[in-house]
Design a protein around this ligand. Structure first.
Ligand SMILES: Cc1cc2nc3c(=O)[nH]c(=O)nc-3n(C[C@H](O)[C@H](O)[C@H](O)COP(=O)(O)OP(=O)(O)OC[C@H]3O[C@@H](n4cnc5c(N)ncnc54)[C@H](O)[C@@H]3O)c2cc1C
Length: 386
């Protein structure tokens, strides 16, 4: 049986789901975006109800890296991922065609966190904050001032669509118009092996990228991202012989799980009393590793807008939050699409390592717009002259 549990401090009050009680903020979807939005709204004093059709802890194919700017954004919501289950890494390494270039984050470290652990941390934080959570319950429609949960009506002043890349709330609120929409295909698997690198590694191949995140003292998350929906990890590994050799005979610690990696930007992320957040509000390609960072930043901006009683500032903040990640996503997809550009760029960065450090600093929001332009021009120059 489904039930909702409202936790306040150590007190929890189970009550039947779909009671129809009115709430200030109804969050549709209890993935990272929904939980972050719910926590942020509770911190502003709203009564918050969240519902998800799955049962926690929810797993999903993900690269499982949270960049330093994402960790900072989560901390600003009172969410701390520095837990025993998380594994730090100090930067990013790009590898391909015998070239390799690595850079450290300008400040701090990133964390690799298994998706189920991430979900549990967020869920615990939401419970402490007093969010009413209903699991295993599907939202079947929305109206101006209510959501339909498993066919019953639950009144709500604000409705937050955090129901992922295939958001129905987005469709119901007529926010589906996308300015841009491209897709790639991803498969993820975990291997029980001690990470050999202090970096998140991205190995570039002809068919796509292998993206390796250390997520534990003896666990590595491996994701394949490509434009070919039929290409699975076992088919792709022979094209990455160094990785295939390291992973040979290593036991798997999870089953293969697939996902769509979409680059989607919407014309608008709110209408009336409905706001979208996380992948429901658009997404950047998975190769950027920025999805979680964006949704933590969006959650804080949305709570500010709700507190002001006006969603317009959220639209403006959302545009600002996603701008840099979108630009990086486009650059990385250029490398994916054009082999010549890819190899010349990798060579330019391998011989002028400060360019890669600059690119990483820009990626995590630590380079001014002027420095970003000058780094871009220098890269362009070395690209042409290498
Ligand atoms: C292959 C891959 C690798 C990635 N790697 C990284 C990475 O390394 N770092 C990073 O920061 N980001 C990464 N991302 C992006 C990140 O995973 C996403 O941005 C993030 O999961 C989005 O969370 P969300 O809560 O918006 O959506 P979701 O996690 O999809 O959650 C949506 C929730 O809504 C629920 N739901 C849907 N419809 C309904 C309904 N009608 N009623 C009730 N519930 C509903 C679903 O059950 C689900 O729990 C990656 C993405 C992919 C695909």
């Amino acid at each position: 049986m489904n039930f909702s549990v409202r936790h306040q401090g150590n007190v929890s009050e189970p009550r039947p789901s779909g009671s129809g009680a009115s709430t200030d903020v109804f969050v549709v979807g209890g993935g990272p975006a929904g939980l972050a939005a719910a926590i942020a709204a509770r911190r502003r004093g709203f009564d918050v109800t969240l519902a998800d059709c799955s049962i926690p802890p929810i797993d999903k194919a993900c690269g499982e890296g949270i960049m330093p700017d994402g960790l900072a954004a989560a901390r600003s919501l009172g969410i701390d991922f520095a837990i025993p289950g998380a594994h730090p890494f100090r930067g990013i390494r790009f590898c391909g065609r015998g070239e390799s270039v690595a850079a450290c984050f300008p400040h701090g470290v990133a964390l690799g966190v298994r998706r189920t652990t991430l979900h549990q941390v967020l869920l615990d934080r939401a419970a402490e904050a007093g969010v009413r959570m209903i699991w295993g319950a599907r939202i079947t429609g929305i109206e101006a001032d209510a959501v339909h949960i498993d066919g019953r009506r639950a009144p709500a002043r604000w409705i937050v669509g955090a129901d992922g890349g295939r958001s129905l709330v987005r469709r119901w609120a007529n926010l589906n118009a996308a300015a841009r929409d491209t897709r790639r295909f991803a498969f993820r698997r975990h291997y029980a092996i001690a990470p050999w690198s202090e970096y998140m590694e991205i190995h570039w191949g002809e068919a796509g990228q292998l993206y390796l995140t250390p997520v534990g003292a003896r666990e590595l998350c491996v994701v394949l991202i490509s434009r070919d929906q039929h290409l699975r990890l076992d088919d792709a590994l022979p094209a990455f012989p160094a990785i295939a050799a390291r992973l040979k005979n290593v036991p798997l610690s999870s089953a293969e799980r697939g996902a769509i990696s979409a680059s989607r930007s919407l014309k608008s992320v709110c209408r009336g009393n409905v706001a979208l957040i996380g992948d429901a509000s658009g997404s950047v390609d998975a190769i950027t590793g920025e999805g979680l960072c964006l949704l933590f930043q969006q959650a804080a901006a949305l709570a500010d807008a709700l507190a002001a009683g006006d969603l317009a500032p959220y639209q403006a903040a959302h545009n600002r939050i996603v701008r840099r990640a979108r630009l990086m996503g486009r650059l990385l997809l250029l490398l994916d699409r054009y082999p010549l550009v890819r190899w010349r760029t990798l060579r330019a960065m391998a011989s002028h390592r400060h360019l890669f450090s600059g690119m990483l600093a820009m990626h995590v929001g630590e380079l001014s717009p002027l420095e970003s332009v000058s780094n871009g021009l220098a890269l362009g120059w070395h690209f042409l002259t290498i």
